[in-house]
Design a protein around this ligand. Structure first.
Ligand code: HEM
Length: 400
């Protein structure tokens, strides 16, 4: 008698969350156990490859045969909303070199470590003022709305030269752009509104320059107004949503593990390392980085043809047991510096020195100034953002 082994159904991306809210979706873990490169499909039925292994993810992100250009006809879009945005005025995160390098070079100086270090006193002031506002109002707050979101929003507004009073408009539209449930029409509307806003602002700064990034970009003769707006949009969106969600999730993760929070309180020198470990453990860009092959390649022993979509999963790579030991645990004393939470290769996060400074200052200050900080709702009432490019929390009710 012939028996057939049932083949596992192909995984549809992005996978749903489930189980521990700090862990990657369970389906990603299962895929990682099958192999470092597994077949998968996108929500629209297109086949692609899911890459889960640490070395293979690094190869995808650093080998130029894997393109980040979303105008490629076979580019793998994780949602229909993002497909709608692909060709309209792309920013450098979705371009390859040399176009990518030309545009990225125009803003790299602003994010150099020594430039960001010079901003630390200003960031500390913004963080302290947020804590002052919370404590002046009483003994409870929503840590997302009152702290985690305003702090990086204020910082990126200062750096870019975007008026903070417009924060409700740009925060809401950024969330729409990052939400996996956004329809193509909603995505188009959000991008159109933000692009229009930044184009007007850049045109204004061209006539009335100030000491900020948008003014410097608008003054350049080798950059169009459309390119300035696309770069401004990328920095504005990436500059606040990511750090906001990392701050809220990191706080929750530490409050759940009082012994680890106590270690940080006792030795603030551990905060730098703890931030790397939290970046690794939480890997908030959980749904993976999309690329398309420009020629035939072999990845982890799997042949992949030219013009195939590849999704590089940072979350499983960051739990590689050989590199990080018990990677599913949070250990603020672990050496996590080789994590891939900021990506790898030419597109590696430009804002990482800023994100690190903000997270280090925010977490150290919260632990020091609010030693009695605690979550005030049961765990099952917390709403996690499982349907977003950037994983996080909608709200975090706390008291102190
Ligand atoms: C915890 C916070 C953050 C995380 C986890 C994060 C994560 C990432 C990741 C994974 C990428 C790579 C995308 C890819 O290869 O397709 C990236 C790129 C980028 N990030 Fe961040 N990011 C954070 C904060 C920031 C901040 C604060 C800024 C800016 C102010 C920023 C600006 C950018 C830019 C401009 C790129 C595109 C770089 C390029 O294409 O050359 N990010 N980020």
């Amino acid at each position: 008698m012939v028996t057939t082994t049932p083949t596992a159904p192909v995984l549809t991306l992005p996978a749903a969350h489930g189980g521990c809210p700090f862990d990657p979706p369970p389906a990603y873990d299962r895929a990682a156990r099958q192999g470092s490169v597994t077949p998968a499909e996108l929500a629209d039925g297109t086949s692609c490859w899911l890459v889960t292994g640490y070395q293979e993810v690094r190869t995808v992100l650093s080998d130029p045969r894997f393109s980040a250009d979303a105008r490629h006809p076979a580019f793998p879009f994780l949602t229909p909303g993002r497909r709608a945005l692909a060709t309209a005025n792309p920013s450098f995160i979705r371009l390859d070199d040399p176009e990518h390098a030309r545009l990225r070079r125009m803003v790299t100086k602003d994010f150099l470590v020594h430039r960001i270090d010079a901003m630390r006193p200003g960031i500390q002031r913004i963080v302290d003022e947020a804590v002052d506002r919370m404590t002046a109002r009483g003994t409870s707050a929503d840590l997302v709305a009152d702290f985690a979101l305003p702090v990086p929003s204020l910082v990126i507004c200062l750096l870019l030269g975007v008026p903070y009073e417009d924060h409700e408009m740009f925060q809401a539209r950024s969330r729409t752009l990052l939400d996996n449930r956004t329809t193509p029409a909603e995505a188009g509307e959000a991008q159109h509104a933000l692009t229009g806003y930044l184009t007007d602002l850049a045109a204004h700064r061209r006539r009335h320059p100030a000491d900020d990034m948008l003014s410097r970009l608008a003054a350049r003769t080798d950059l169009s107004l459309a390119e300035t707006a696309a770069t401004g949009l990328l920095l504005l969106v990436a500059g606040h949503e990511t750090t906001a969600n990392m701050t809220a999730l990191s706080t929750l993760a530490l409050l759940r593990r009082p012994a680890q929070a106590d270690r940080l309180r006792a030795d603030p020198g551990l905060v730098r390392g703890a931030v790397e470990e939290l970046l690794r453990y939480l890997t908030i860009v959980q749904s993976g980085l999309p690329r398309v092959t420009t020629e035939d390649v072999e990845l982890g022993g799997t042949p992949i043809g030219a013009g195939e979509g590849v999704i590089a999963l940072l979350s499983t790579a960051n739990r590689d047991e050989e590199l990080f030991g018990a990677g599913a645990e949070l250990d603020v004393t672990r050496d996590a510096r080789r994590h891939l939470a900021f990506g790898f290769g030419v597109h590696q996060c430009l804002g990482q020195p800023l994100a690190r400074a903000e997270l280090q200052i925010a977490l150290e200050t919260l632990l020091r100034r609010l030693p009695g900080l605690r979550v005030t709702v049961p765990e099952d009432e917390l709403v996690f953002r499982g349907d977003s490019v950037v994983y996080g929390l909608d709200a975090l009710p706390v008291a102190w």
